[in-house]
Design a binder for this molecule. Structure first.
Ligand SMILES: *Cc1c(COP(=O)(O)O)cnc(C)c1O
Length: 385
């Protein structure tokens, strides 16, 4: 049996060592020469005073502890109201919240499929989607990233081999977390209808940013009524914490009865649910529109005239390939006041280590231009004109 130390040495030698770095504020910030391009705080709501105030009010009025699973002690009205707000924004009958996006995936996917069923995931899907698919016991198939034709081949083969009985669940993200590109949702929706499959779209990085009311890419592309499960998190654009699934009445009833991470986990704090409702209200308001417009403008300022031009999302990957180079560049940027994380295997495929620049509505034009000019000095595989 190898020791922990041997295992840790292997991680170090592969250039894959990770450690926790203390940080006072984790959202997007841009002050006193320190600028974070590391967070998923795309709208800057992690430090929004209205939401902070709602959190305080929630603590006073509804309390901090939920004390048990919602099926045991009963549900706080705050969770019910938050879910109604989310369901409305998602254009669905119902919504169910979980303690995190990770927990939403881990509860939902095994609740819907099991042995004899098939889960088909986009190759670049987030770890929680893959972990949940494995946990379900269903056969796991992977299609090449955003490749609609290859997905069709897979679905055709599965139906030809197993007939109409197995449940097929197709899983993708709307905005990919480490590549910042978007899924061909319309093509995926047409296919899943044709092959009588279910479709789960993880909108972790689309929610709040896309769509006329910030409902996500499904809203933007007018596909909300055709996607079976819209998954999301309140931890990114919404600036708080918590995951959710929006869908039909029957789907949500099934999750309440079957999703183990919902049933056997204490509900998030009612105060948090109250703050989250305030955040979702803000996202769909005219203030949310303004933040989305600022964000779009910031993305344009950062990418215009470079090889990343016309990038639609706030996630701009700068793929350098080598773990060591990427770590080195990240630490040089840090020395200049810019927090830009190095992302390595196994978060991304081997030899595709990258800087992940995450643009926020909080960033000033000056900071965007300064980072851009620093990055333009990288080798040709970096950002360039
Ligand atoms: C962050 C993330 C999750 C997990 O959400 P949490 O609320 O942080 O647990 C799920 N899917 C994707 C694509 C993510 O980026």
């Amino acid at each position: 049996m190898s020791s922990f130390q041997e295992e840790l040495n292997n991680i170090r030698e592969a250039g894959l060592w990770r450690s926790l770095q203390p940080q006072e504020f984790m959202g997007a910030f841009d002050s006193a020469g320190k600028i974070s391009f590391a967070s998923n705080d795309y709208l800057g709501l992690a430090s929004d005073p209205t939401i902070a105030e709602a959190y305080h009010r929630g603590l006073k009025v509804f309390g901090h502890g939920a004390a048990s699973s919602r099926l045991v002690c009963g549900t706080s009205q705050e969770h019910v109201l938050l879910e109604a707000e989310l369901a409305e924004l998602k254009g669905c009958d119902r919504c169910l919240t979980f303690s995190s996006g990770y927990a939403a995936a881990m509860g939902t996917i095994p609740a819907l499929v099991g042995k004899g069923d098939v889960v088909v995931v986009d190759k670049l899907s987030h770890a929680c989607l893959i972990d949940a698919a494995k946990l379900s016991g269903a056969t796991l198939r992977v299609f090449p990233h955003n490749h609609v034709d290859k997905l069709e081949n897979l679905l055709r083969t599965i139906r030809a081999k197993h007939g109409s009985a197995p449940r097929i669940l197709v899983i993708t993200e709307s905005v990919f977390s480490m590549d910042g590109d978007t899924a061909p949702l319309r093509g995926l929706v047409d296919l899943k209808d044709r092959y009588e499959a279910l479709l789960l779209v993880d909108e972790a990085h689309g929610f709040g940013i896309f769509g006329p009311r910030g409902g996500g890419v499904c809203e933007e592309e007018n596909l909300q009524s055709r996607v079976d499960l819209q998954m999301g998190t309140l931890s990114k654009s919404a600036g708080l914490a918590g995951g959710f699934i929006a869908g039909s009445q029957d789907l949500i009833d099934l999750l309440i009865n079957r999703a183990r991470s919902f049933i056997y986990s204490t509900a998030p704090s009612p105060a948090l649910a109250h703050a989250a409702r305030t955040s979702v209200e803000l996202i769909r308001s005219s203030l949310g529109d303004q933040l989305r417009a600022t964000l779009r403008n910031n993305i344009r300022i950062f990418t215009e005239g470079t090889n990343c031009e016309n990038h639609r999302t706030p996630i701009v990957p700068i793929i350098l390939g080598s773990n060591a180079t990427t770590m080195e560049v990240s630490s040089q940027l840090h020395a200049q006041g810019f927090l830009v994380p190095a992302i390595r295997y196994p978060t991304v495929p081997r030899n595709s280590a990258r800087l992940r620049v995450s643009v926020s509505a909080r960033h000033s034009v000056e900071s965007l231009l300064r980072l851009r000019s620093l990055l333009e000095q990288l080798p040709p595989s970096g950002i360039n004109r």
